[in-house]
Design a protein around this ligand. Structure first.
Ligand SMILES: NC(=O)C1=CN([C@@H]2O[C@H](COP(=O)(O)OP(=O)(O)OC[C@H]3O[C@@H](n4cnc5c(N)ncnc54)[C@H](O)[C@@H]3O)[C@@H](O)[C@H]2O)C=CC1
Ligand SMILES: O=C(O)CCC(=O)C(=O)O
Length: 524
């Protein structure tokens, strides 16, 4: 009988469901790291919320672990890369707590507008300070939502009910979807300039980390109020404190902190700050939803091998797995490349299978490709829900198969239409199992992916390679491989480097204006 550990506080329905399904379960919320390391080796499954940190050493101590189930959305407390490397499936419950979290953001906004926590403290202290707590109405004010996915769009609908004007900055929100949910899509700078309240609802990614800092606060209206019920790392807490002390920001409502549990924090004690201890998802309803869902999903996985809402795993049968494996790698790379180099929202995705691959079960390939295309924009995307999420966001996905080989015996091509034009990438397998890129944006080349890559769109002019080489060399960035392709005066350069390229060096590369149209640092 498989054995699961529940290591965070969770509705008792989770344990009940495991037992009913025939899974042995231990409930041990509040374990220390040492205690977890000591016992995790006994378990096949680990069910968590946000308190348990599943780091590489926890995974190393868990040779029998097959699945981690997050009863919630964000998986930033799980080292998904290490779990994947260890062959552990990581699943979450993407929608179970969205309404609850959106409601918390609205509650925080209202509490900010009327200083309810401060007024409560003062009243209960017997002060009756009526004139001290002058509030503001939210009606007719502008709410700026950064990140308009599941939770952001629910916040938008609730705020519209409060008669607020809602604008949203989300590069991956299509204009059609924005129209459908009645929000005005704007660029971040416009959102900063126009919003009376700003609410954050993005995942924590390399693009969103520190999205609110001194520089972005400077672009905001004087007297803006900021709500963060997403993740601590989105806000530079010291910069926010300073802006509150200076009066630039009139108030901040914070549910999530850079370091949690937040026993101390630079924002604490600031009179215009209100806080909650990561309570966004804490309602009876949401906790029932996520507990039931995580227990069902983990039981299905452990008992029947069924995979749902997995962030790192393909739904493939044991028989298909070995044949599909190299194509899965290629699909990950094609989607990952495109996802990391797109600069606007996607309208259409066309995935074309040609030759040998067209004879296989390509559904998991399309799913993994879509997952990798979308994962740089959304937290909860996985192989199972990527097609549905794409559809929900108005992205039209077309799959084509042609069993007749073209230039290559087997090939996968990905074409994406965005609001800024069309993009494409194609790849094949060399020697049956080695993924190679063979075209980018209609320019042919032959390239292999490494862990750290630079992709440059450049002009086909003498001098570029020398200047780039000097620049990278001076910065101590070693070039591993260098692939070039060109057509009609335009060129692409795809370069493997021995480590991440610092932001300052990327800026210098982008600054080679006579040659470089754009540059992206990619990780695979
Ligand atoms: N406080 C709490 O207890 C809870 C917090 N959360 C947090 O809320 C976050 C959002 O959850 P969902 O709405 O379900 O996720 P989602 O994936 O549905 O939506 C996230 C949105 O952020 C957008 N986005 C990505 N990068 C962006 C960028 N650079 N600028 C602007 N927008 C960007 C995406 O396009 C997407 O629309 C989660 O990642 C989680 O960290 C979720 C549940 C509870
Ligand atoms: O489980 C919780 O209380 C936190 C929920 C959360 O942050 C999430 O689902 O991303």
């Amino acid at each position: 009988m498989p054995k699961v550990l529940i290591s965070d506080k969770m509705s008792p329905l989770a344990a009940e469901t495991f037992r009913q399904r025939g899974v042995q379960v231990d409930e041990r919320p509040g374990l220390s790291k040492e205690e977890l390391l000591e016992i995790i080796g006994e378990y096949d499954g680990l069910a968590i919320r946000s308190a348990t940190k599943v780091t590489a050493d926890v995974l190393a101590a868990a040779p029998g672990l097959k699945v981690i189930g997050r009863a919630g959305i964000g998986v930033d407390n799980v080292d998904v890369e290490a779990a994947t490397a260890a062959g552990v499936c990581v699943m979450n419950t993407p929608f179970g707590n969205s309404i609850t979290t959106a409601e918390h953001a609205i509650a925080m906004m209202m509490a900010l507008a009327r200083q309810i926590p401060q007024a409560d403290r003062s009243t209960q202290a017997g002060k009756w300070e009526k004139s001290k707590f002058m509030g503001v109405e939210v009606t007719a004010k502008t709410l700026g939502i950064i990140g308009c996915g599941n939770i952001g769009s629910i916040v938008a609908s609730r705020a519209q009910g409060l008669r607020m004007r809602v604008i949203a900055a989300d590069p991956y929100l299509s204009v059609e979807r924005a129209k459908e949910i009645g929000v005005e899509k704007v660029e971040l700078d416009e959102l900063y300039a126009r919003s009376d309240f700003i609410s954050l609802h993005t995942p924590l990614t390399d693009q969103t980390r520190n999205i609110i800092d001194a520089a972005t606060i400077a672009k905001m209206k004087d007297g803006v109020r900021i709500i963060n019920c997403a993740r601590g790392g989105l806000v530079v807490e010291e910069d926010l404190r300073k802006a509150l002390d200076d009066g630039k920001v009139a108030g901040a409502a914070i549910d999530v902190f850079l370091k949690e549990p937040a026993k101390e924090n630079v924002l604490f004690g600031q009179p215009d700050v209100i806080t909650t201890p990561h309570l966004g998802a804490s309602t009876t309803e949401a906790q029932v939803n996520v507990a039931l869902q995580v227990a069902e999903q983990m039981s299905d996985f452990l008992l029947d091998g069924a995979v749902s809402n997995a962030l790192n795993m393909a739904s493939v049968t044991a028989e298909e797995a070995p044949r599909l494996r190299p194509y899965i790698k290629l699909a990950e790379q094609l989607g990952g490349f495109m996802g990391q180099t797109l600069q606007s929202s996607i309208k259409t995705v066309r995935i074309a299978y040609q030759g040998r691959v067209a004879k296989l079960n390509v559904k998991p390939l399309s799913a993994v490709l879509l997952q990798n295309l979308l994962k740089h924009q959304m937290d909860s995307v996985n192989m199972v829900n990527a097609p549905v999420l794409a559809q929900d966001r108005g992205i039209h996905v077309v799959e084509e198969r042609d069993e007749t080989p073209g230039n290559y015996q087997t090939a996968i091509r990905l074409f994406v239409e965005t609001e800024n034009g069309a993009r494409g990438i194609g790849g094949t397998l060399f020697a049956g199992d080695m993924p190679r890129i063979v075209e980018i944006d209609t320019i042919s080349l032959e390239a292999e992916f490494g862990e750290n890559m630079l992709f440059i769109r450049n002009l086909d002019k003498p001098g570029f390679i020398g200047r780039l080489g000097m620049l990278l060399g001076d910065a101590g960035v070693n070039i591993g491989t260098f692939h070039l392709g060109r057509a009609n005066g335009n060129a692409v350069s795809f370069i493997e480097v021995d480590g991440p390229v610092p932001e300052a060096v990327l800026k210098q590369v982008a600054g080679l204006k006579d040659y470089v149209q754009r540059v992206h640092a990619l990780r695979f």
